[in-house]
Design a protein around this ligand. Structure first.
Ligand code: COI
Length: 386
């Protein structure tokens, strides 16, 4: 008998979902590795690596079409993509990406990823926001592991070094109508990296920009879409010309602090006998849910002597805390930069000077790096062996 729970009864529903493309998935077990035809690229000595300028030999690609769903995952030679000049990703910013790193752990000669499940969840949410198809994060993590294994010679060894992974999804549908993209390409490229800033772990200075806004309530600031980054480049360039390294992004009449550069931003302030780690909340949808941000919050919540506060700090409050000697530390956090200490913020022409790399900044840096490279065990599931 055909009951509502029988597989046969479910088939028409599944078929309709597959036809719409959204229910199909790719499987790591279907991976095809195409043989290389050109010789391996030359690897620079790690000390010469500048962030994101060199790329490994291969890339992972998976195509999706509305009619056929996800295709077979392929690892092939790194090279230019052939897409139509009419592709939706080139015209309407139907594009999103992730930033992850693969680390070499000298303790057991393993390669490791850091909380890749969070990147996969965020990528799914960015793709969903752009009306792109979803995918199974677990399958993608297995593919990333295989990709890292293939590219293992490209993982630079040593503290501060890693293979930066850039999963990206673009609309490839050749269609100029402003509409859902019927073709999507998901790909992953890899770049051996050292410190994100040419200055290394040196503290940075920020210009609090009261003109330009990075994100706003109801916008897409909480999604990792390229459209959140491109428009920041001109203000950042102008800030650099004024002698600052990055912008501090504010929002609202009260100059609420949101993010800095392409990083989440943290302050450490003294309140009575309490030390507070203060960062903007995700609740309004204008803050990127950073993996490093979450990990710092998770760690600090488990440590004694520090209270975590997720609410919007206002620049006048930060200025006041500084004038009262209560602004102890400030740092930006992100996958690429890890933790970037801040030594100066220019707010309406007034310089807020912050003590050099503080106690908590260093503790967070040491703990995260310890976990990344397998020297510290870390919470369950954070460090994932390839
Ligand atoms: C990252 O921290 O991985 C980022 O994506 C920031 C930037 C390089 C775009």
């Amino acid at each position: 008998m055909l009951t509502s729970r029988s597989p046969l009864a479910l088939r028409p529903i599944l078929r309709s979902l597959v036809t719409r493309g959204y229910a199909s998935n790719f499987r790591a077990s279907d991976l095809t590795i195409k043989p290389r035809t050109s010789p391996p690229r030359v690897k620079s000595p790690k000390e010469q690596l500048a962030f994101g300028k060199e790329f490994s030999d291969s890339m992972l690609t998976i195509d999706w079409t509305r009619e056929g769903g996800w295709g077979i995952p392929v690892i092939e030679e790194f090279g230019d993509l052939a897409i139509s000049p009419a592709a939706t990703g080139l015209h309407y910013g139907i594009q999103c990406f992730e930033g992850m790193k693969c680390y070499f752990s000298p303790s057991d000669d393993s390669l490791r990823l850091f909380r890749p499940d969070l990147n996969m969840a965020r990528m799914n949410s960015s793709m969903q926001r752009l009306a792109m198809p979803g995918f199974d994060g677990g399958e993608m993590i297995e593919l990333l592991k295989k990709f890292c294994e293939v590219e293992k010679e490209w993982v630079p060894k040593g503290a501060g070094y890693s293979l930066y992974l850039r999963p990206t999804a673009i609309g490839t549908h050749p269609f100029l109508g402003v509409d859902v993209s019927d073709h999507v390409k998901l790909f992953v490229i890899a770049s051996p990296v050292g410190p994100y800033y040419p200055t290394g772990f040196k503290p940075v200075s920020l210009f609090a920009d009261s003109t330009n806004k990075r994100a706003w309530p109801g916008g897409v600031g909480s999604f990792k879409v390229g459209g959140n980054y491109g428009p920041t480049i001109l203000p950042a360039k102008e800030a650099m010309e004024k002698g600052f390294n990055q912008i501090l992004w504010m929002f609202g009449d009260d100059d609420e602090v949101t993010e800095c550069g392409a990083m989440n931003l943290f302050f450490v302030v003294q309140e009575g006998d309490k030390k507070v780690l203060w960062t903007a909340p995700l609740s309004r949808g204008d803050i990127l849910p950073g993996v490093t941000r979450k990990s710092i919050i998770d760690l600090c919540e488990s440590w004694d002597g520090i209270e975590v506060r997720e609410s919007f700090p206002k620049m006048p409050e930060i200025k006041k805390a500084s004038q009262e000697g209560r602004l102890l530390e400030a740092f930006g956090a992100g996958t690429a930069a890890v933790v970037s200490p801040i030594e100066r913020i220019n707010y309406n022409g007034y310089d807020i000077n912050i003590p050099a790399t503080g106690e908590l900044t260093s503790k967070v840096w040491d703990e995260l790096n310890g976990i990344y490279y397998g020297d510290i065990e870390g919470p369950e599931g954070w460090s994932v062996r390839v």
